[in-house]
Ligand binder design. Sequence first.
Ligand code: HDE
Length: 710
Amino acid sequence: MKNETQNNKKLDQLEAHSTSNENEKLTTNQGLKINNNQDSLKSGDRGPTLLEDFILREKITHFDHERIPERIVHARGSGAHGVFKLNKSLSAYTKAKFLSEVGKETPVFVRFSTVAGSKGSTDLARDVRGFAIKFYTEEGNYDLVANNMPVFFIQDAIKFPDLVHAVKPEPDNEIPQAASAHDTFWDFISLMPESMHMIMWLMSDRAIPRSLRMMEGFGVHSFKFINKEGKAHFVKFHFKPKLGVHSVAWDEAQRISGADPDFHKRDLWEAIEDGAYPEWDFGVQLIPEENEHQFDFDLLDPTKLIPEEEVPVEIIGTLTLNKNPENFFAETEQVAFHPGHLVPGIDFSNDPLLQGRLFSYTDTQLSRLGSPNFHEIPINRSINTVHNNQRDGHMRQQIAKGKVSYEPNSIGGGCPFQAMMSEGGFTSHQERVSGEKVRRRSQSFVDHYSQAKLFYNSQSLPEQTHLQKALVFELSKVTIPEIRERMVGQLNFIDHDLAKKVAGKLGVTVEKLEQPNHSIPADANISELQSEEREPKTKISRALSMKDTVKDTIKSRKIGFIIANGADGAAISNLKTKLESKGAKVELIAPSLAPVKTNEGSITPKHSLSSIASVCFDALYIGAGEKSAAELMAPENRHLALRFINEAYKHCKAIYFGSGTETLYNNSNIAAKQHEDPAVIVSKEGGSDEQFIKAVARHRVWDLEMERNM
Ligand code: HDE
């Protein structure tokens, strides 16, 4: 897909570094044309290879060193280029130029990732997703290294290696890959009350997104905005997907991992190739510095979110992804994010997790990319030119002219000069800091359960049920009974009913424990508060549920048409046209890849019943026509065709039976349904294309999940 964004300086810069082999001759890395790329240089046709073969040596040596270490976390990723457009000026709060001039477009590169798995692991692991954005602003690169969940597992950076060691495959046998369902993770978590809020998110459907395009993004920490007058506001960053926030079912996620482990990567790539550009509203929650202590939690605590009911999210711009990378390694693999890549007008808070991150990201690039010159890799370059006295190092690209590599200097005329603030020179926000040197945690970080409870209580019933089942799944994989018991004890502090439901499936008994919901303000005198009961301000936050994020659109939804010989060609093409005109994507599935004869001619399917599964689609249409239905019900196809339907039904998807396909309907699990189901549309019963479109737009009928699974 070609660059459709005009004046995208970043893409122009990347273009200057790209090469094409079109009409070119094969050469060595030294530019020597190669005459034979099939045989190595030997002593005689059947003799040994000669050490002299510099062409062979160069090729194999390069190959031997083609891999770089994968990221220690967030190894598996998918990236895309795009643009951020500002729709509302934030100049009253920040002097960052890309957030000040309405209409301004800033090129971006975004990398989504899973956290725990290796580079080659499945996309549908139950996991947090990384959502890292590099804004190539005219004032330098600004990186917002975010996640799809607004809180984190731990409060202090010093616990990060422990957390990651616990979730990664166990060190003796390197099992399991990309999964938290194992002893070491839950051992650690059950001993970490501060993780409970994040665990609610991780066990919720947020951890198994339908698409990277249907996830929210959160900066997690409180950052600071600084305006021209030097006034500070705390800020939390949010991305809200225009397609709504949607997930798959856990059973589905596990099937997708087998049917298409690249499901998310492919989905993002195809959407961009198809011109269905993913979009997010970018929003901020702003808190004047002087209101820092108005909450019943500490703004610096990364295990807490600010309920939108207390501080609304102000939407200020749109993030659009509109171009796939040209080369995965050069761009997605080599991109190097760092929360410390700032521009004037944005600064850190004293969140102890953020403070630790500020060290880690450059440090990790040194071993991953192998040189302090990683900023010179094209994807990492800023669009304004870099001028400083840093020199040399592995793989230096820049050729700095002249004798001067120090400052102050007179030989170089004093250049490069420091920039004054008025010229865009960065200055850290002035803040009074005083305190004892202590290795301690603030008492204002001690309430670990109120927001875990808030999250759980804010979920719709199907979401709560999924969360319970996720905990049962994960803890059932724990082999040490004491860990399961400890975890149930933790859940009991969040919600007794949740703990009971989970315990029931684990063979653990729960005594009703008292719930310690003490929320303590940052400036509180702890000893005075010890016996005081405090209730959190917000008890339910609708924004925390995905239920109300459904948008009335079928844009980019993937709909499988199951057809066989004798299908009604007109019905298929009419529905296909209707769906595509509304932005959906239709793919044909038949018993084999051979062209399907319809009553009007023939059409070529994209998939065969055995090469793809219903979990790769959002909805199914069973192509009209008795003959087609009869072929689908033939002994060699019947099992696969019904499996498609039954699975789609179980996963609460919309299914549309074209006329003449009753035999499939009658033989499926749907025939036993108890009540009206708005997402099962049967032509013979008066079901229409419009009803199907409406059902697809609703995403899933999660409310009917119990019934559909009976
Ligand atoms: Fe990261 N994190 N992180 N992290 N993180 C990395 O940097 C780290 C944290 C996040 O697509 C690493 O280049 C520490 C929170 C994303 O390239 C590493 C701590 C959040 C990505 C690192 C955290 C994140 C990373 C590994 C606790 C959400 C992928 C490779 C103090 C706000 C970026 C790399 C990409 C990657 C360290 C916690 C988000 C090792 C020490 C909280 C999206 O530097």
